[in-house]
Design a protein around this ligand. Structure first.
Ligand code: TRP
Length: 372
């Protein structure tokens, strides 16, 4: 049994089943070949997360590609709730989003839902504001184009968002919210309203520019219930339904079920971890698909499909398909040991983080905040 909604991800996720349950479209060969064509026209390689089906589902991505081919503009929209340190699971969505921004040369609207985290987490308003400051820096350091990236902060841009959010809210009943998110009568009333705020950036650019704009939302599949509502409501307000492209969850250090999360102790590698911390976390906590003894490992080989280090390479840190295949094969055959695989993974993560942390020192968040 697994639970998947914006507020809870638990258990072993069956993504094929999820596609059916949520009514998603699969990233199939026809989508891959359309993306491939655009990539080769631009001289940009197809993203490994598409090649490996880590982004595995979508809604109406074909429509976005049609519009793009007709020369019509679209924009990207994604976001984060600032309530803790940024971890590798966040990077998954955002590094892919940056790739989309570069490939299509489009604007990105990035929402910081400080209201959401205040309403849903047991944290003070001040704590959330501190995380907001940190997380804005974290996001800006991904490498998004500051001229084409606009941060929307729900509490600070409230004057802009609220008039639109109430138009959304008026179209949603309490019973719809209860069934979409599993809320009950004991939920606080702010949480009931919240999804209206998450809908607004999907059409805000159309209002700001006073023209019909198409929207593509890259996100982890747990956010889909929000955007199912968004897709129901936007046509009623005279806007296009947003399209989406959705990814699976990066496994937590402890193994292949659930998702990486910073609210659970040692499930996450965060972007501010030092090389030593990364080394310790991987060596001590990363679930290994290797065998208990050297002798058994050499004889029977390891299982990369449940090995967290291997999965981090597959999800994020080994771009080279050939190299990944070699690692997989030699791990399976017992030639590559768990300790060796961990060592390689640690080096990869640390070299990524050191570049990232250097960029972060030079960031000026004000360059990114939406100014209207
Ligand atoms: N609700 C998301 C979270 O909990 C934040 C968010 C807001 C978001 N808008 C989004 C995520 C758009 C993906 C796409 O972190």
């Amino acid at each position: 049994m697994s639970v998947i909604n914006p507020f809870e991800v638990e258990g072993d996720v069956d993504y094929k089943k999820l596609i059916k349950e949520f009514g998603l479209q699969e990233i199939d060969d026809s989508i891959v070949s359309r993306l491939n064509k655009i990539c080769s026209d631009k001289g940009i390689p197809l993203h490994p997360m598409i090649r490996r089906k880590i982004f595995f589902a979508h809604r109406d991505l074909n429509k976005i590609l049609d519009e793009f081919e007709k020369g019509n503009e679209f924009f990207l929209y994604t976001g984060v709730g600032p309530s803790g340190p940024i971890h590798l699971g966040h990077l998954l969505v955002w590094s892919f989003t940056k790739w989309l921004q570069d490939l299509f040369d489009v604007e990105l609207y990035f929402q910081f839902t400080d209201d959401e985290k205040f309403l849903f987490k047991d944290k003070s308003y001040e704590d959330i504001q501190n995380w907001l400051e940190e997380n804005m820096k974290d996001v800006a350091s991904i490498g998004f184009d500051p001229k084409k990236t606009f941060f929307i902060i729900n509490t600070r841009h409230a004057g802009l968002l609220y008039p639109e959010a109430i138009k959304v809210a008026k179209k949603i009943t309490f019973s719809t919210i209860k069934s979409a998110f599993g809320f009950t009568d004991s939920n606080n009333i702010g949480s009931i309203f919240y999804t209206s705020m998450q809908t607004v950036p999907a059409f805000l650019p159309s209002i700001l520019k006073n023209k019909k704009m198409f929207c593509l939302i890259p996100h982890a599949v747990d956010q889909d219930p929000h955007f199912r509502l968004t897709r129901d409501i936007l046509p009623k307000l005279g806007f296009e339904k947003p399209a989406s492209i959705q990814c699976s969850f990066l496994p937590p250090l402890s193994g292949a079920t659930g998702k990486m999360s910073s609210s659970k102790d040692v499930s996450a590698i965060t972007i501010s971890d030092t090389p030593n911390q990364v080394k310790k976390k991987i060596n001590k906590y990363a679930f290994s698909g290797g065998k208990d003894t050297l002798e058994e490992h050499r004889k029977f080989g390891g299982d990369p499909s449940i090995d967290v280090s291997f999965q981090y390479l597959r999800y994020l840190f080994e771009e080279d398909d050939q190299k990944l295949k070699e690692l997989e094969e030699s791990y399976k055959s017992g030639e590559l040991l768990s300790g060796e695989l961990k060592k390689y993974t640690i080096e990869k993560i640390n070299s990524f983080l050191s570049e990232y942390q250097e960029r972060r020192n030079l960031i000026n968040v004000d360059d990114f905040i939406l100014n209207v």
